[in-house]
Design a binder for this molecule. Structure first.
Ligand code: C5P
Length: 300
């Protein structure tokens, strides 16, 4: 059987309020997340008669980025095994991942890949799972996974597994041009959450405040720029000083609305019609060096 491509988008958190720590060690949050037109491509070649009794032997992965582990730790293989285990599907697949989303970025790359696998295998296997069952499987793979089962911007609650669409506000967000940029260094998500917990409750925005802020934006019809918020920035910026220094420069010089995405280290700026993009990119490279990742994309 021939391989078919599945697009696996990156995401940005336009609004991210960590509201407090839960008894299970995770954090509750309220977040507006938007998928981007930028992302990875996952090629899935089905092997219906893979023959191996255990899911471990039926799925293989190759990736064009040699820095990425292609062993059992990769979310692509973890998702495939979770799917096979839960569905009882006896087939297998070879995955080829064209990696464009940088890891350690807060762009949801691994989570998006996992959901691309779940979608593709569910189709190949004849649709054993409905949307709610896929969402349950996705939540088990990571807090950021369920959002990728939806098209367009969504609101996340809980630890990220409660996903609600944003129909009216989506019109204000969709199609917005975004510049994404990331320094050579990445941020570990568990580390960033641990820093939030260590400073508790100083860094949290209580849920009532977060909901009020979001509701005001939704009801007020304000532009996407005034939605931007991320209360993880403080703990990340305290260690990675190059992030706030650049964001302040971009705000001051180009009047850009710019924030960190998720737990970082990727940041984004909402571009305006008149934004001199080459000059902005030049400034990013001046502050973060020529190896910094930069790409222009759109909210999808
Ligand atoms: O769910 P995921 O595997 O992406 O989470 C990675 C880590 O990030 C968790 O082990 C936890 O330390 C932290 N986390 C959290 N609260 C969330 C999401 C993640 O504390 N809502």
């Amino acid at each position: 059987m021939s391989a078919s491509p599945t697009f696996s988008p990156a995401k940005i958190n336009l609004f991210l309020a960590i509201t407090g720590r839960r008894a299970d060690g995770f954090h509750d949050l309220v977040s507006v997340v938007a998928p981007l037109e930028f992302g990875d491509t996952l090629w899935v070649e089905p092997k219906p008669e893979a023959g191996h009794p255990k899911p471990e032997g039926r799925f293989t992965l190759e990736c064009d980025d040699p820095a990425l582990p292609t062993d059992a730790s990769n979310l692509v293989l973890r998702a495939a095994r979770a799917f096979a285990g839960a569905s009882g599907w006896r087939g297998g697949a070879h995955f080829r991942l064209e990696k464009r989303i940088p890891p350690g970025a807060g762009l949801g790359g691994g989570s998006s890949n996992a959901v691309a696998v779940l979608r593709a295998l569910n189709q190949i296997a004849g649709g054993p799972f409905d949307a709610a069952q896929l969402a349950g499987l996705a939540a088990g793979l990571g807090s950021d996974c369920p959002l990728f089962l939806h098209a367009g911007p969504v609101v996340l609650r809980g630890r990220g597994e409660q996903v609600a669409p944003l129909p009216a506000a989506a019109a204000r967000l969709r199609g917005r041009r975004v510049l994404l940029f990331k320094p050579g260094i990445g941020v570990s998500t568990p580390w960033a959450y641990a820093r939030m917990a260590a400073g508790a409750p100083r860094h949290y925005l209580p849920a009532a405040g977060a909901e009020a802020r979001l509701a005001a934006w939704l009801d007020g019809g304000a532009r996407a720029e005034s939605l931007l918020f991320n209360n993880m920035e403080e703990v990340v910026f305290a260690k990675f000083l190059a992030l706030p220094v650049l964001l302040d420069a971009l705000r001051g010089e180009f009047d850009l609305a710019a924030r960190m995405s998720g737990s970082g280290s990727a940041c984004f700026a909402l571009l305006q019609e008149a934004t001199p993009v080459p000059a902005v990119i030049a400034r990013i490279r001046e502050f973060w060096g020529p190896a910094a990742f930069v790409t222009e994309t759109k909210i999808s």
